[in-house]
Every structure is written in C-alpha cells, then in structure tokens.
Write a protein of this length. Structure first.
Lengths: 111, 115
C-alpha cells in the first residue's frame, strides 16, 4: 500500500465548474498536509497547507481534512484553464521530518 | 518565488561519471532537501540536511551523497552515474519543523540524463 495515494487522472472539468481532488494516506499519526500545484516542466508550488480537521479556504481553493478517515481533498471553485496542472498531495508523517508526496492528479479545465 | 536556484538546469552525462548538482538558497532556511521525480513515482526524498554539516538519508539514497558546508548551499553528488539516475532533481527548503514550519518550497529543478 502506498503511503499517499491519489487518482492519477486525468480529471477533466469544464471552465467554471468545481474540481475535486482527493488523497488518502496510511500513517494515522500524520499531522500536516499540503497541496502543491505543478505545471508541466515546472517545479511544485505550494498552494495550501492544512493541519486541523475541517475546511480551510483560500480564495478559490478549499482544503478539507478528515483525519478519522485519513482523507484530504482540494476543491477548486470556478475552475479556469490556467488551473490545468498536476496537483500533488503531500503528508508529513509522524515521528520525523519526512514528507511523503503522492504521485499527483492531472487536472484539465476545458474552456 | 522563494530564493532558490539550482545548477545546472540541464545536464547530459555518461554512465560511470561523477556528477554534482548544486542548490543555493537566499532565505537562510535551516532545512534543505533533495528529491527526484520520476513518472508514476512522485517526488522521492534522496537526502536532507538540518544544518551545516548535518545530513541524513532519505528513501532513495543509494548511489548519492550530499554535502552542506554553508547554510545557503546543498550539493548532491552522483558518485558514478547510472541510467537509472536519469530523472528530474528538485531541491527544496523549509524553515524549521521544530518551529512548526513544515512547508517546503522548491527550486526550479535540474533535468539529468545519463546515457
């Protein structure tokens, strides 16, 4: 079982729709969770971090965390073609400084 | 963008040769990391540093060594490059996990091809 799992996609949504990206993790003691956006040929860019159960909103982005279900998600409202990228979920595991990255979900926003 | 540069940005080398990649930061962050990114595997940690001369292994450290003689520089060396080390290498930095700063910020990457 992979430590951080994401659906590889591609996930295709029309412009203006809500894109929902999901991630599960195996270490129940994990405390810190991150979403990165990576455009093709570029480096990962941090867009959200979340530490507590519930929702955290930042502009068009909302991160949702459910530690009991070991599940974290990212919602992108009013999706734009410029949101087309690969989204990486990252989880800091318990007991150290290690951050595990998922393989990413490719998102396409169709104009 | 966080003040992180990597050099070279692209390199082609032959099997068996040593290669050194450099990461330079201007943020004075304590922690520095080297990752490789390959299709289907995501980002995998090679080595990390928690201070000058303080380094530790990550999950894919075989065939790699690192050095950090100054806060701002973190070097990754492939001792004898193999084709399996063809990848994109990213450096990342973070302030101090002990202070609750767990976010990592990435450099632009180095694309390495071993022929």
């Amino acid at each position: 079982q992979k430590e951080v799992e994401q659906n590889s996609g591609p996930l295709s949504v029309p412009e203006g729709a809500i894109a929902s990206l999901n991630c599960t993790y195996s270490d129940r003691g994990s405390q810190s969770f991150f979403w990165y956006r990576q455009y093709s040929g570029k480096s990962p860019e941090l867009i959200m971090s979340i530490y507590s159960n519930g929702d955290k909103e930042d502009g068009r982005f909302t991160a949702q965390l459910n530690k009991a279900s070991q599940y974290v998600s990212l919602l992108i409202r009013d999706s734009q073609p410029s949101d087309s990228a690969t989204y990486l979920c990252a989880v800091r595991t318990s007991g150290g400084f290690k951050t595990i990255f998922g393989a990413g979900t490719r998102l396409f926003v169709k104009a | 963008d966080a003040g992180i540069t990597q050099s070279p940005r692209h390199k082609v080398t032959e099997t068996g040769t040593p290669v050194t990649l450099r990461c330079h930061q201007t943020e004075n962050h304590r922690y520095m990391y080297w990752y490789r990114q390959d299709p289907g595997h995501g980002l995998r940690l090679i080595h990390y540093s928690y201070g000058v001369k303080d380094t530790d292994k990550g999950e894919v450290s075989d065939g790699y060594s690192v050095s950090r003689s100054k806060t701002e520089d973190f070097l990754l060396t492939l001792e004898s490059a193999t084709s399996s080390q063809t990848s994109v290498y990213f450096c990342a930095i973070s302030e101090s996990p002990q202070a609750g700063a767990y976010e990592q910020y990435f450099g632009p990457g180095t694309r390495l091809t071993v022929t």
